[in-house]
Ligand binder design. Structure first.
Ligand code: FAD
Length: 386
């Protein structure tokens, strides 16, 4: 088996295959060493080496052979690999698994603007962020906010530009994004400024907004989301957004013995940690001839501004919101479609996260609104019979 890419999905696949009893040869070819990405933003200033980010990765020498190479072509089951000096070799295998991840979106013309996706980006960024530096971030999604949080804690002044004007504004129902905005303003007075606007042009130190405003800083970072790293993959295997089209198990329709997992595939749950691991497990099960489990309830975890934030299930700006909060700091916003619960954003209430996962795992439960809003009651007790 040949696995292309050596990140989270690849290492989870190797671990799942070996623990499932796969005894064949596995070779993993990656253009960088395996490590875990979430700490790159959340612990930007805390980690000293990529090895430090490998706790969860079990690419042990006896599990898989490892080649440092970049895959640049695949035709008729033959993969072209290039080493750091550009020298090409070819490889074949009984099964080829694409685990290529994604790359940050950088609009045309934004030359020199930084991104934060790889270890090298993190190292360069923390060197550039000297104490007192002004960091300008385009995009208030997960990555932009986590970076703002780490940089502000380290003494930087941060400006975040977001076209909806609200953190996570493209994702969350409006009242919830408003609440995140108010929280952010309250905990970062004078350090993090949120600016509503759309970026027209960008340079390494300046963003020009379409409303005429110019925002200058010492460092500019684009945090606009990511695209699958599939530019060299045959077009007929790709969907409109550049993801490799797959069945639930990871097989690629119309391509024999080719599989795709993680961020590069359009796996249910999106480009997130839990979804990547689940897709690797499904792929391993299919390769081992085991039944393939249904995808888990989508969920994204984050830590920002000292709080644990988790998004579970489905969220859209149009969903109605049911608040659930007590006297402490934690709260949950439940996303409703009529009386059906479809998702929620939970801040510092880990029990609600677990309950949401369980309840949404069974479909769209109908909630008794008064019971669900009472933080002293278990969420499970608020479910009504349909
Ligand atoms: C800074 C950051 C923070 C994150 N935080 C969170 C979080 O808090 N919660 C969450 O749910 N998700 C988070 N994510 C997303 C999560 O890390 C990804 O969903 C996950 O890593 C996807 O796993 P993957 O194996 O598909 O891709 P990756 O882990 O990105 O691995 C893909 C690997 O393939 C390599 N590669 C690409 N092309 C080639 C090629 N042609 N040849 C050889 N190798 C290649 C890449 O260099 C990379 O090493 C974060 C992502 C980033 C960047």
């Amino acid at each position: 088996m040949l696995v292309l890419g050596a990140g989270l999905a690849a290492t989870a696949l190797v671990a799942a295959l070996r623990s499932g009893g796969f005894a064949g040869e596995i070779t993993v070819a990656g253009d960088e060493d395996p490590y875990d990405r979430p700490p790159l933003t959340k612990e930007l200033f805390a980690r000293s080496a990529p090895e430090d980010l490998r706790e969860q990765f079990s690419l042990a020498a006896d599990a898989a052979a490892w080649i440092r190479a970049r895959a640049t072509g695949i035709e008729g089951g033959v993969v072209t690999l290039r080493d750091g000096a550009g020298r090409a070799t070819t490889a074949t295998a009984g099964a080829v698994v694409l685990a290529l991840g994604s790359r940050p979106i950088v609009p045309v013309g934004w030359e020199g603007v930084r991104t934060l996706s790889r270890w090298d980006d993190a190292v360069a960024l923390r060197t550039a962020l000297a104490p007192g530096a002004h960091l300008v971030i385009a995009g208030a999604g997960w990555i932009g906010l986590e970076l703002a949080s780490s940089a502000a804690a380290k003494g930087a002044t941060v400006t975040v530009i977001e076209d909806t004007g609200r953190p996570l504004g493209r994702l969350l129902p409006e009242p919830v994004a408003e609440r995140v905005t108010a929280w952010l303003r309250a905990v970062t007075p004078g350090t993090v400024t949120l600016v509503e606007g759309r970026v027209a042009t960008a340079s390494p130190t300046t963003l020009d907004l379409t409303n005429g405003r110019v925002v200058r800083g010492d460092v500019v970072v684009a945090a606009l989301g990511a695209r699958p790293a599939t530019d060299w993959i045959p077009r007929q295997w790709l969907g409109p957004a550049g993801h490799v089209r797959t069945a639930l198990s990871g097989t690629v329709p119309g391509a024999s013995d080719i599989w795709a997992i993680g961020d590069c595939a359009a796996a249910p749950g999106g480009q997130h940690w839990n979804a990547a691991v689940a897709s690797a497990q499904r792929c391993a099960d299919a390769l081992l001839g085991n039944p393939v489990a249904d995808p888990p309830v989508p969920s994204v975890f984050s830590t920002m501004f000292g709080r644990r934030v988790e998004l579970v299930g489905h969220a859209s700006p149009g969903h109605e919101v049911l608040w659930r909060e007590g006297r402490g700091n934690g709260w949950a916003a439940l996303f409703m479609d009529g009386d059906d619960l479809v998702g929620g954003l939970v801040v510092d209430r880990p029990r609600d996260v677990a309950a949401l996962r369980r309840l949404l795992g069974g479909g769209r439960p109908v909630l008794d609104r008064a019971a669900a809003a009472d933080p002293a009651r278990r969420l499970a007790d608020a479910v009504r019979r349909r």
